[in-house]
Design a protein around this ligand. Structure first.
Ligand code: TYM
Length: 338
């Protein structure tokens, strides 16, 4: 089993990232058997696909390492690194550009969302981003890729690219690439904004009140939860009663994801109650879960030397793990390298 996943080091890690992805990274890392490997990386090369500030990217990269370690990623168990220190990601992307089709990329919804009305002004990197994402996982022969629901389409593309490359350039019994399986959690695959139950919680939402950041203190978390959009109805006594109530469903989903309780059990406790009672209870379970993470994050983030060392060590290991696949890809394409 080879687990690979990434996160962009832009903005703070938020509750959606944590519940949708990072928590599963930690679980998979902790359940690893001998011979298996987990690789987690900061997708800094992806971060330049949108307008960005270099000083913020530099600082954000180190902060994201601290945040991941605070969440439970252990650099002694997992390979933790950033793409920019492993040139094979960018190299493999170029090699896969020959296999990826324009039509496939044209269908990517994230490109449509992020480029908005200004498609002509979007960067080339934003368009070809999913090919880099395919390279990220194919380079390491990933078998499992733990991600939130919004990355599903990118992972399907990675599978399509791998399959076409294997068909076009490899003998049937010697494919270069493993087809990766997305691992999308049954609960919390898409945590929504606290201000709008139809938009996902996102680092790029201009409203800070739309998301809970893992670094928020207890007062901020309570305030954000109390101000979260809800409705005037009491909570229903069963899951069916949440249909058509996007904000209520989102708050109940967050509660279940954080406590591990089922929707039925949460509604058995809170059914018939208004949000005036439910929100403080939700705020409390969130504070309980996040307080140790943010305390650890604060301790780690100032220790620049240790964070640099984690990345340097991770990059060495990642370069090693990716070398064979990169060599095979060059060779399958007939590229002469001496
Ligand atoms: P990014 O940085 O946007 O998000 C990191 C992870 O968090 C998940 N996520 C969510 N899950 C549930 N609810 C939400 N509201 C929510 N928001 C974000 C994402 O699904 C993701 O798993 N392109 C990727 C980074 C990437 C990558 C990769 C991931 C680059 N290469 C290779 C996997 C494999 C991204 O921008 O994620």
């Amino acid at each position: 089993m080879r687990v690979v996943s990434g996160i962009q080091p832009t903005g703070n890690l938020h509750l959606g990232n944590y519940l949708g992805a990072i928590r599963n990274w930690v679980r998979m890392q902790d359940e690893m058997q001998d011979g298996s490997e987990c690789l987690f990386f900061l997708a800094d090369l992806h971060a330049i696909s949108m307008p960005h500030n270099p000083a913020e990217l530099r600082a954000g990269t180190l902060e994201m390492v601290a945040a991941l370690v605070a969440c439970g990623i252990d650099p002694n168990k997992s390979v933790l690194f950033n793409q920019a220190q492993v040139p094979a990601h960018a190299e493999l992307q170029w090699l896969l550009n020959g296999t990826a089709r324009m039509g496939w990329l044209n269908r990517m919804t994230q490109f449509k969302d992020k480029s908005g009305k200004n498609r002509e002004g979007a960067s080339i990197a934003l368009f070809t981003y999913p090919v880099l994402q395919a390279a990220d996982v194919l380079l390491y022969q990933a078998t499992h890729v733990p991600v939130g629901d919004d990355q599903k389409q990118h992972l399907e593309l990675a599978r399509d690219i791998a399959q076409k490359f294997n068909n076009d350039f490899c003998a049937d019994d010697a494919p270069v690439f493993t087809l990766p399986e997305p691992y999308i959690p049954p609960q919390a695959a898409r945590i929504m904004s606290l201000r709008d139950g139809s938009a996902k919680m996102s680092k790029s939402d201009p409203s800070d009140m739309s998301r809970i950041d893992l670094v928020d203190d207890a007062d901020t978390i309570m305030k954000k939860v109390k101000k979260a959009k809800s409705d005037a109805e009491p909570l229903p006594s069963d899951a069916e009663g949440l249909e058509g109530r996007a904000e209520a469903l989102n708050l109940v989903t967050i509660y279940t994801a954080v406590t591990g309780e089922s929707v039925d059990s949460v509604l058995a406790q809170f059914g018939g109650e208004g949000f005036g009672k439910f929100k403080p209870a939700l705020g409390e379970v969130l504070v309980e879960t996040l307080a140790p993470i943010s305390a650890r994050f604060r301790e780690l983030k100032g220790d620049r030397e240790s964070l640099d060392a984690i990345l340097a060590r991770g990059a060495l290991k990642a370069r090693d793990l990716g070398r064979n696949t990169l060599d095979q890809t060059y060779s399958a394409l007939g590229l002469v390298r001496g």
